[in-house]
Design a protein around this ligand. Sequence first.
Ligand code: GRF
Length: 203
Amino acid sequence: MRLAVLASGRGSNFQALLDARAAGRLDVEFVGVFSDRPKAAVLARASAAGVHAVALAPRDFATRAAHDESLFSAIADVQPDLIVCAGYMRLIDGSQVRRFAGRMVNIHPSLLPKYPGLDTHARALAAGDREHGTSVHYVIPALDAGPVIAQARVPVLPGDDATSLANRVLEREHPLLVASVGLIAQGRVSQHDGQVVFDGRPL
Ligand code: GRF
């Protein structure tokens, strides 16, 4: 399976996918890493691994739609079977989401449908939640609202702050993303009519 990754920052989730591939635990071919931030660390990780890396800064485009049109044309050029949003911090124009419907997943640091959007760890703490976690889901035009493939839960512990909670969640993000992408690569997970299908049955 040809895999493209969209990311804005540090790229530890991309690194987890790379490491799983190197260890023979994930049968994918990385066809490109795409970013909205030219200085993002994820681009250096891609270059170090010999993966095609592209950055397009939104400020170089007049509108969100124009930026996303260029970005997703560059993605289409590498003919991915799946696009993984791994810490991509911008809302994607709906027309591009529809263009890649059923072929784009996102990892989000909350137990969706709780806390779509930003600052999920602080929001879980402020709400007094006793558990928190992360979700991998198919991307639809509405932010962080697509059908969920898999989730991992962590406890919220006394004395947690947003950083300690984010670190606990991140440890679970990496295996969850590798497992989810692996199931898609094996053809065991897909999406039909807004529903996740696992081994031929609606999940
Ligand atoms: C992760 O917590 C991801 O869920 C969120 O942004 C963070 C990205 O981390 N959307 P990294 O860039 O993969 O290290």
